[in-house]
Design a protein around this ligand. Structure first.
Ligand SMILES: [Zn+2]
Ligand SMILES: [Zn+2]
Length: 140
């Protein structure tokens, strides 16, 4: 997993200033093994730094994605969650509450190879997500 020091180094290399908001965001994202919406990050950061705006969070999250210290996971209609950069993995999403859990399984390279030979495309990536009901929602 990416360290905070490496993330800060990535910012410095691109001559991007490490503002207090950026540092706090990096701390939140790196400490908790979670998949966040921008709104969730905003609520946490806003408690610690009331002056921060949701636009700032959006901009910084997009910046972090460009720097590849944060990864965007798209699910549903134009809904995205963000997580601290880790090894490639898949996700299970709860249909009821939206909870997202990591699934560690080797990248399905052989599926890409098959898709490539069928389509004659050069496959660059693929997207696989599982949907179900989490244990908490199943209890209710
Ligand atoms: Zn659930
Ligand atoms: Zn994940």
């Amino acid at each position: 997993m990416l360290s905070v020091d490496m993330a800060i180094k990535a910012l410095k290399e691109k001559k991007i200033r490490l503002t207090p908001q950026r540092l706090e965001l990096i701390n939140i994202l790196s400490q908790e093994n979670k998949h966040w919406t921008v709104e969730e990050l905003y609520h946490i950061l806003n408690e610690r730094m009331p002056s921060v705006s949701i636009t700032t969070i959006y901009n910084n999250i997009n910046l972090f994605c460009e720097l590849e210290i944060v990864k965007e996971i798209q699910f549903g209609e134009s809904l995205s969650k963000y997580e601290w950069k880790k090894k490639d993995h898949y996700h299970i999403v709860c249909k009821l509450c939206g909870e997202m859990v990591d699934v560690w399984y080797p990248t399905l390279k052989e599926v890409e190879t098959v898709a490539e030979s069928i389509s004659k495309f050069q496959i660059r990536s693929h997207n696989l997500q599982f949907y179900g009901v989490c244990s908490q929602c199943a209890e209710q």
